[in-house]
Each structure stands twice: as structure tokens, then as C-alpha cells.
Design a protein around this ligand. Structure first.
Ligand code: PPE
Length: 303
């Protein structure tokens, strides 16, 4: 799953040459921030990046929280992302901008360490499998809690945060599940290791409030689409047992898109398959990203 070229510090370099030193600060201390973005092939045979401006804005928000100054403007990063898709002749792909502390040596304080930037784009399919999208996945509540709001930052996509996700994913994968659900440090449902979570009960759609979770761009898209499709929507704190008795539960994220959850902790959710609301949202979402819904064209940066 490689591509020809990676944008590194303002220039395209061949995949093999996109390297950093083994003593790079970010490698040792997780001192980087990133985005996960998708481009989709559109119905007219072209390609479009989904909600690119929002992803660029969140990258700059993450940088502000992590006390990093990105040495490029928002416009330059926006264009670098579009160019990376174009140069690699990709259509449907996953795009990973990463802003990292690139100083070499040992020592925790990164404030004098140079800030370096890369943008990679790779071909990418369904994150939790095609079958997962269609039939739903099996999830388990992890014994690891989502990072406390004052341990790092839930609003910034800081690389170091993902150790929490990696631990949860490894734990549930070893137990034979497809994905983890993390509770916050008060015991309420937070999110997946790389996804926000939604559930539906008696026709109302719910998602968790923002404090302990990443402000997902797919989460925001689903909230907007729910409004347009006429589903009442609430942000609510919830417990694992409320998920067990929901009619439908699904994950959402750039990588996961809209992935139904058919089982949690070996308890079947609803009818044990994709429910009608998740199905309707998937249909709308995949039409939008393919440029088939003019009302949402402003969400697409055409390439
Ligand atoms: N929560 C977390 C913790 C998270 O990492 C993501 C994205 C989301 C929610 C959903 O956010 P959004 O993509 O804006 O809807 N996770 C990214 C990383 C996945 C990976 O494997 O790497 C992603 O989906 O791109």
C-alpha cells in the first residue's frame, strides 16, 4: 500500500527517501500531531477530498494546543494535500499529514526542536473490512480508560495519545474482537480507539458529548445528515449497558466511515445486523463523498 511520492518539508521526495533520523524527538516521545483525511473517487471519474478545510483547521488547532508553530500557512498545507493526491495519481485514498518535532538527540523539552511536516497519501479500503461495513463488527469494552481530559488533550490529534488507543486495540484483538470501545475515567462511554460512537433508540440518534472525545469531522457530518434526514439527535452521556439495549450502535470516523456494531461484550445489539438508521446514513454518506448529492458539494475539494 505505498505511493510514489511523499511531501516532506515542502518538497516531494520518493517514498524510499522519506526518512528521519532514529533519534528524532517525535519517535521517542510521541511529539507529533496528525490528521486522517480521505479522498474519494467521484461519480464523474474524478476525485475529491472530503471536508479538507475542516481537517486543515483541526491540524492547526492541534498544533496550537501542542505549542507547535507550523512553518506553512493553512493554504499551503491545503494545497500540499491536494497536490499529494494528484502527484501520486490517486483517487480513493487515505491522506496522512503529520507535523512532528524533528530535533535529534535526547531530552524531553521540544520547544527548541524544529517543526517538520509531511503529507503522505496511500491507497486505502474499508478500515474494519468490507464485511464490517455491511454486516457490522464485534466490539468489546476495553479495560483501558480513554485518557483523562487533563492527562493530555482529547481535542488534539497528538501522536502520543494513540498509545492509549493502541493498548485498547491490542487487548481486544487478542481476545478475538474487531474493535475496542473506551470508557472515560468516570465510567461513561467515550469513543473507539480511532472512532466516535453513535447509538439509536426508539428513533432518536445519540452521540457522546465532546469533553472526553475527539471532535470528529465524520461525527459532525453525521449530525448534519441526521438533521436533513429528520432523525432527532441528542448528545448524551451514556453507560455501557445503555449501548447493550440500544436498537443500533455504530462507529464513525474518517477511516471507519460508518461501521455498524452488531455485538458488544458478546451481547447482540438490536437484530445483530446493520440497522435502518445506520443503513440510511451510510447510503447518504457514500452518495455525498462520491459527489452525487449537490446539496453537499461544499464538503468536497475537487481535484
Ligand atoms: N476519535 C478518535 C480517537 C480518532 O482518532 C478519530 C479519527 C475519530 C474519533 C474520528 O474523527 P474524524 O476522522 O474526524 O471523523 N481517527 C483517525 C485515525 C485512524 C487510524 O487508524 O490512524 C481516522 O479515522 O483517520
Amino acid at each position: 500500500m505505498k505511493a510514489e511520492k511523499i511531501w516532506l518539508d515542502g518538497e516531494f521526495v520518493p517514498w524510499e527517501k522519506a526518512q528521519v533520523h532514529v533519534l528524532t524527538h517525535a519517535l521517542h516521545y510521541g511529539s507529533a500531531i496528525f490528521e486522517g483525511i480521505r479522498a474519494y473517487e467521484t461519480a464523474d471519474g474524478g476525485a475529491a477530498v472530503f471536508r479538507l478545510q475542516e481537517h486543515v483547521d483541526r491540524l492547526f488547532d492541534s498544533a496550537a494546543i501542542f505549542r507547535m508553530e507550523i512553518p506553512y500557512t493553512r493554504e499551503e498545507i491545503f494545497n500540499a494535500i491536494v497536490d499529494t493526491v494528484q502527484v501520486n495519481k490517486l483517487k480513493g485514498c487515505y491522506i496522512r499529514p503529520l507535523v512532528f518535532r524533528g530535533g535529534e538527540g535526547v531530552g524531553i523539552n521540544p520547544l527548541r526542536s524544529p517543526v517538520r511536516v509531511l503529507v503522505a497519501a496511500i491507497p486505502f479500503g474499508a478500515y474494519l473490512g468490507e464485511e464490517g461495513l455491511e454486516k457490522g463488527i464485534r466490539a468489546k469494552v476495553s479495560s483501558y480508560n480513554r485518557i483523562h481530559i487533563n492527562s493530555t488533550s482529547t481535542k488534539a490529534k497528538i501522536s502520543g495519545n494513540y498509545v492509549n488507543s493502541v493498548l485498547a486495540v491490542m487487548e481486544v484483538a487478542e481476545d478475538g474482537y474487531d474493535e475496542a470501545i473506551l470508557l472515560d475515567t468516570n465510567g461513561y462511554v467515550a469513543e473507539g480507539p480511532g472512532e466516535n460512537i453513535f447509538w439509536a433508540r426508539k428513533g432518536t440518534v445519540y452521540t457522546t458529548p465532546l469533553p472526553t472525545v475527539l471532535e470528529g469531522i465524520t461525527r459532525n457530518s453525521i449530525m448534519t445528515i441526521c438533521g436533513d434526514l429528520g432523525y432527532p439527535l441528542k448528545e448524551a452521556l451514556t453507560t455501557r449497558d445503555e449501548l447493550y439495549i440500544a436498537d443500533e450502535v455504530w462507529f464513525c470516523g474518517t477511516a471507519a466511515e460508518i461501521t455498524p456494531i452488531r455485538e458488544i461484550d458478546r451481547i447482540t445489539i438490536g437484530k445483530g445486523k446493520v440497522g435502518p438508521i445506520a443503513k440510511a446514513l451510510q447510503e447518504k454518506f457514500f452518495a455525498i463523498v462520491a459527489g452525487k448529492d449537490a446539496a453537499y458539494d461544499h464538503w468536497l475539494a475537487r481535484i
